[in-house]
Ligand binder design. Structure first.
Ligand code: ADP
Ligand code: MG
Length: 305
């Protein structure tokens, strides 16, 4: 540091730039932003569209099971839940945590699962007590041509997953998640700064529409798989948008990498954090608007220097 100061003393650039750089990083950290890639941070001022993941990003990702029901004759609701739990015990998805909490609350014993596999963006599968068990999204049922039972139709507030035994529908589990209290404010600040907002989620359309309406987002796409999240970001970029993506999951990683500025939620998965340029340490979406305002202030400082 001393060497740099002595050598660069007559030269404003040698001193001013490292100082602005060091101070802005420190100020960002105090404001909940961990900068992994400075260039992306400095480019935050150029953002024209902010793409959000839903679960765990705009919402807390803390699911509570609201109802669960077996649709198989002779199978009790709890038995269906017990089989699902065998799979979810191996998953780090927020849905899995919600289901495991319910299982603990009911004091159910969780059987062990073999050949566990996470079907990214769709659900999980494994062998339990000799049966092939899957816990999957409504989209998976549609793709496989399985009808959704009437009792599992939802009014928009619920995330519903389905339990399949040997590829036949055995029941469903309905859960509710909550919008982070700071999300609405974040969206408002972005709009005030002329930035468009969009949500990409693997969850069903009804939930996505309800969250989007409540937060006043400009657009949303539901039931998208990880590579489709990436494609959406690419399409926006091709239209000339400067895109930032915010997400928390493994399913968001490809889109985080593609975006001009990738922002990971601190409470999310390690894969998302590793891929992103910036991490929201406090998992607070409001810090994103600070990021953009900082970017603008920083540019003003650079110009003055
Ligand atoms: P999001 O984009 O909202 O973060 P994901 O892409 O992670 O959602 O998941 C998409 C859908 O896949 C979920 O809404 C759920 O239906 C299903 N899914 C993913 N992981 C699991 C799991 N561990 N158990 C049950 N369903 C899952
Ligand atoms: Mg997510």
């Amino acid at each position: 540091m001393v060497t740099v100061m002595v050598i660069s003393c007559p030269h404003a650039l040698g001193l001013a730039i490292p100082l602005v750089s060091a101070i802005s990083t420190a100020v960002s950290a105090q404001n909940g932003l961990l900068i992994r890639n400075r260039t992306a941070f400095e480019n935050a001022r150029k953002i024209t569209t902010l793409v959000f993941d839903k679960t765990g990003t705009l919402t807390t990702g803390e699911f509570g099971v609201s109802r669960f029901k077996s649709v198989r004759e002779g199978m009790e609701d709890k038995e269906m839940l017990r089989l699902a739990a065998a799979l979810e015990a191996n998953s780090e998805h927020p849905i899995a945590e919600g289901i495991m909490d319910k299982v603990k609350e009911l004091g159910l014993e969780t059987p062990s699962a073999d050949n566990f596999n996470a079907i990214t963006g769709k659900g999980v599968e494994a062998t339990v007590e000799g049966q092939q068990v899957k816990v999957v999204s409504p989209r998976y049922l549609n793709d496989e041509g399985i009808n959704i039972p009437e009792a599992a139709e939802n009014d928009g507030g619920e995330t519903i997953v389905f339990v399949l035994l040997d590829d036949k529908l055995a029941g469903f589990i309905a859960m509710a998640d909550q919008i982070r209290p700071e999300s609405a404010e974040a969206i408002q600040t972005l709009h005030k700064n002329g930035i468009k907002t969009m949500m990409l989620t693997g969850d069903n359309k009804a939930v996505a529409a309800s969250v989007s309406r409540e937060l006043g987002l400009d657009d949303f796409f539901a039931e998208v798989l990880p590579d489709q999240k990436l494609d959406k970001v690419k399409t926006l970029q091709e239209k000339g948008e400067y895109v930032a993506m915010t997400g928390d999951g493994i399913n968001d990683a490809p889109a985080l990498a593609q975006a001009d500025v990738g922002i990971a939620v601190g409470s999310g998965t390690d894969v998302a954090a590793e891929t992103a340029d910036i991490i929201l340490v406090n998992s607070n979406p409001r810090d994103i608007s600070k990021l953009i305002l900082f970017g603008k202030v920083l540019t003003a400082k650079w110009c003055r220097t």
